[in-house]
Every structure is written in structure tokens, then in C-alpha cells.
Design a protein around this ligand. Structure first.
Ligand code: MN
Length: 528
């Protein structure tokens, strides 16, 4: 339907046409979207795109749109773009037209002031209101040459003298900068394909499984020790403002020294190169205990406004309006140190990646002991899961929770919905639990469970999480949730809280990380 209008777009891109035109236009019948993409191509520019009659009218604005009413920025009208391009963020292959990287710098809806915007553009002046995250108020496009226009903002209540788009560099879609998107793109735009097929997801998992983080240096750790109760710590090129470093977050256990916030920050920095494999690319829910674990903690999801700019943020587009919108994605050693300073001591990453949140990469079994369940009984249940996984030919590993339980983590190809992984885990759990009815209850409420264990498959839901590998737990001595090899279930010294933030690094140095072998496993779930 918009073939004629998009002919120029195709012509410039050596477009190999296939039979079916895109049907996407119907999905946006309102037709009032706008987007501004920050595009680093041969020259960096901002692409202002207004949806009209089933295409995106487009202008390349080298200095970018601004709220500054004194600015008159050149805007070069370029070819109309397909609607599918409006949400695109990622890279365009080098050598192709526009090769470089693109972020969704701002977006929202627009209203034309003129009754007939197409005629207004034809006549050379378009007044319009933008309702975006960054751009708001009335703008004007005025033609100055065949393709040359000026873009300006009217002096209205949204005008801000001196406002510079470069001071607001992050994507409203992902929270990332162009540099961050270029370093780990989640998608590529193949403009030689039809618009409905042009966006190619890139396996962010591959980048994560092979990603590498350096531990803090000896000098960096010494500098942390030398700080008083608070101060600035430079770690991996980032400046961290640390506070209350000598505050006890975890009381002592078994004659050990209590654990201070400084100890936790050091642990987070040291464990980061191992732990980030389970956190990077994933939205984070954290359990914070600013007054130490003797006081009640609380769940924290929304990235605070005071958080430093270099922390990666991600917007959950399916969130309800009154729920958390912006999540933190810990993707660096300093990010983990920042979380420790924020007393976010128990970290729960989503089981899906931000690039594809509806498809988990882990299916989880949670052996949740009841008040009467002994650890020996938890081990019986864990070994039954081992037998089940062997029988099904499924790769998995157990992990102690650092409290009383054991979980089984199963890596899966991100092709299943949460409903599918949950149904699979439920079936296997019911089969396992059915062999030991004296140990397991399926009752929903704690009292009805009569102190028996629960095999909890209900955690396999979006934004429900289990504690991440190597996260501390809010208990005296700072015990840690630790991945195991299957045969460690038979170790008589195993205890669910055997390792703490003081001892787990030695364990990793000796036996490695048992989950590392799962990181590049993408398996399908066999029928049960
Ligand atoms: Mn462009």
C-alpha cells in the first residue's frame, strides 16, 4: 500500500523485493507515532521520523532536535522509511547505506497543527506538537531548499534555552548509549530484506557467554582498604562514591568477624568476573538491606534517579503503568560494586535476557524445604532430580541456596515461553515428588503443607526470580548461593550455607564454577 512512497527507500538499498508487502501499517491505525533515532553513520546525526499515511517521513538533523527556542537546526529531508524501522535499535552493516549504529533516542506521538499535514509539508511549513520522553512542545519545520529544512522549537512552556540533545545520550528504549549498543548490539537491520524481515535479532547470549571481565587489581583493592568510612573509589575506570564502609551489614557467625559493607563491596568486585555471566544482559531485582540483615529488607527494582549515568538501564515495555519501568542491568565490575554500596546484597536476575524477555534461558526447579524438612531430605529430593535429568538426557546442575534449599538450573534455548518452561518443570516435579509423597506437599499454603517440602515450579514466570549464582544471602556470616557439580550432592560435608563471601572465592579458585559448563548450552526440552 505504501510501495510507491517507499520506492526511494528500496532504490537506495538495492532492495530485493518479495511477494508480500508489510501488513504492519494496520497495527498502528492511529498513525501518530514519532521517533528520533540517534544514528552514528559516516556522520553522526539524529533522524526525526513522523508517521504519516503508513510511512515514516524522515529528516536527518546533524545537530539534533532541541528544546532551545533560539536554535534553528538544519534538517535534511531523506527518503520515507518503513514503519517497521521505528523501533529499531542496533547496527546497520558497514558498507550498507547508513552503516553504523542506531538508538531510539526519543519517541512518542505527534499532532499536526495544520489540518492537512501532507499539504502543509508540500507548502513548506509544518507546525507540530511532540509528546515524547525528551521532546515536548511545539516544533516547526520550514523548507529552505528542495530537501533542506530548518527545525525549530517555539517559545512555549516546554522551551528550554540552552537545551542540548547531546546532554541526553541514552536510548529511551534500552537506556543504552550508541557506544554501548555498538559494543553489544541486540539486532541488526538488513535493509536489503523486506521491512517485515529486516530486523535480525543477534544472539546477545553468545556475546555474554564469551564476555570477559577483569577482576579488580591489587592497587584498586588496597585503595578500598585505605578509604575511611566513606570516599571515592576508582574501579575499572569508574568513580564510585562509597558510604558507610564500616557499617556491619551481616552479623558474625561461628566466631567469625562480622561482615561490613566494605567486605561486601570487595566481594562483589572480586566475584564479578564469574557472577556477571549470570547477570549481564538481564534485568535485575535486588533485595536491599540498608540497615543490615537484622532489620527487614525490601525489594528494589526501579533504577534510582541518582544512579550514575554509566549504569546500564533497561525499560520494561510490557510493565503496567504503576509498576517498575526502568531496571538495572549489571554488566560491569563497577556496577556490582555500586550495588553493594547500595546495600543491594541479594541479587536476583531475570531468567530471560532483556533482548528477548518473553523467552527464558533457564528453567528452574526450586526444592523449597518445609519447617520439618531436614537437609538430608533436601538431598534425597535433589538426587531424584539428578536421576530425572539423566533419564531425560537433560544438562543441568544443582545449586545450594545459601539458606536451606537446593535449586536445579536447566539451560534452555530461548524458544519457549514461560508458560512452556513452567509446564515442563511442573510435570517433572510432579513425577519426582510422586516417588516420595512422604516428603513433598503440593498444598498452596504453608500451613496446609504440614512442614513438608514444596517443589516450586511457579517461579518460572516473567519477572519472578530465584537468587542468582554467587549472590550473598541475608543471614549472619554472609552465606552465598553456590553452584555444584552433581556428585557434590554425595559429599558428607555439604551444607546449604557451607560457603560465605569469605570462602567461596577459594572454592572457585580450586574447583572452578560448575555452571560455566551450562553457559553455552542451548538445549530443547524433551517431552515428558
Ligand atoms: Mn540516519
Amino acid at each position: 500500500m505504501n510501495d510507491e512512497r517507499l520506492a526511494k527507500y528500496r532504490e537506495m538499498r538495492d532492495f530485493t523485493r518479495t511477494a508480500e508487502p508489510s501488513g504492519d501499517a494496520e497495527m498502528h491505525a492511529t498513525g501518530d507515532r514519532f521517533v528520533v533515532q540517534r544514528h552514528r553513520a559516516r556522520r553522526r546525526h539524529y533522524d526525526l521520523r513522523l508517521e504519516l499515511d503508513g510511512v515514516l517521513l524522515s529528516w536527518a538533523v546533524p545537530k539534533g532536535p532541541t528544546l532551545d527556542p533560539a536554535a534553528r537546526h538544519m534538517a535534511l529531508q531523506v527518503e520515507d522509511h518503513p514503519l517497521e524501522y521505528a523501533d529499531f535499535e542496533g547496527t546497520i552493516p558497514a558498507g550498507e547505506y547508513g552503516g553504523g549504529d542506531v538508538i531510539v533516542w526519543d519517541r512518542g506521538t505527534w499532532d499536526a497543527v495544520e489540518d492537512d499535514p501532507a499539504a502543509a509539508i508540500e507548502a513548506g511549513t509544518l507546525h507540530f506538537d511532540l509528546h515524547g520522553d525528551k521532546l515536548v512542545g511545539r516544533f516547526v519545520l520550514v523548507r529552505r531548499g528542495e530537501k533542506q529544512w530548518l527545525l525549530l522549537h517555539k517559545k512555549d512552556e516546554h522551551a528550554e534555552p540552552g537545551w542540548d540533545p547531546e546532554d541526553h545520550p541514552r536510548s529511551v528504549k534500552s537506556g543504552r548509549t550508541n557506544e554501548e549498543v555498538a559494543a553489544a548490539p541486540e539486532a541488526m537491520w538488513r535493509s536489503d530484506l523486506p521491512p517485515s524481515e529486516a530486523e535480525i535479532p543477534l544472539g546477545a547470549n553468545k556475546s555474554c557467554a564469551t564476555a570477559h571481565w577483569d577482576p579488580p587489581t591489587g592497587e584498586e583493592l588496597a585503595a578500598l582498604d585505605e578509604l575511611g568510612g566513606k570516599g571515592r573509589w576508582r574501579l575499572a575506570g569508574r568513580n564510585l562514591a562509597l558510604t558507610n564502609l564500616d557499617k556491619v551489614l551481616f552479623p558474625a557467625r561461628d566466631g567469625e568477624a562480622p561482615v561490613t559493607k566494605r567486605d561486601l563491596i570487595r566481594y562483589h568486585a572480586l566475584i564479578a568476573p564469574v557472577m556477571l555471566s549470570y547477570l549481564a544482559d538481564r534485568p535485575l531485582n535486588s533485595h536491599r538491606f540498608p540497615n543490615g540483615v537484622d532489620e527487614p529488607g525490601f525489594w528494589h527494582k526501579e533504577v534510582p534517579s541518582h544512579a550514575p549515568d554509566w549504569l546500564r538501564r533497561w525499560r520494561y515495555e510490557d510493565a503496567d503503568p504503576d509498576d517498575t519501568q526502568w531496571y538495572l542491568i549489571p554488566d560491569s565490575v563497577p556496577a556490582l560494586a555500586w550495588l553493594a554500596n547500595y546495600a543491594a546484597l541479594e541479587l536476583h536476575a531475570w531468567t530471560s535476557r532483556a533482548s528477548d524477555v518473553r523467552h527464558p534461558t533457564w528453567a528452574l526447579f526450586d526444592i523449597d524445604p518445609g519447617s520439618r524438612t531436614t537437609f538430608e531430605e533436601v538431598l534425597v529430593l535433589a538426587r531424584l532430580h539428578r536421576t530425572a535429568m539423566e533419564h531425560l538426557g537433560v544438562e543441568a546442575r544443582p545449586k545450594v541456596t545459601g539458606q536451606r534449599g537446593i535449586q536445579i538450573w536447566v539451560p534452555v534455548e530461548p524458544r519457549y515461553t514461560y508458560a512452556e518452561t513452567r509446564a515442563w518443570v511442573e510435570k517433572v516435579s510432579k513425577a519426582v515428588g510422586g516417588t516420595v509423597p512422604e516428603l513433598v506437599s503440593w498444598a498452596w499454603t504453608k500451613t496446609d503443607r504440614r512442614g513438608l517440602a514444596r517443589l516450586d515450579y511457579t517461579q518460572n514466570v516473567i519477572n519472578k526470580t530465584l537468587v542468582a549464582p554467587y549472590s550473598a544471602r541475608p543471614r549472619p556470616g554472609a552465606p552465598v548461593s553456590v553452584p555444584l557439580e552433581w556428585d557434590e550432592l554425595d559429599d558428607p560435608d555439604l551444607a546449604p550455607d557451607r560457603w560465605t563471601i569469605r570462602t567461596v572465592l577459594d572454592r572457585i579458585a580450586t574447583v572452578g564454577d560448575p555452571f560455566a559448563a551450562l553457559l553455552d548450552v542451548e538445549q530443547q526440552l524433551p517431552p515428558v
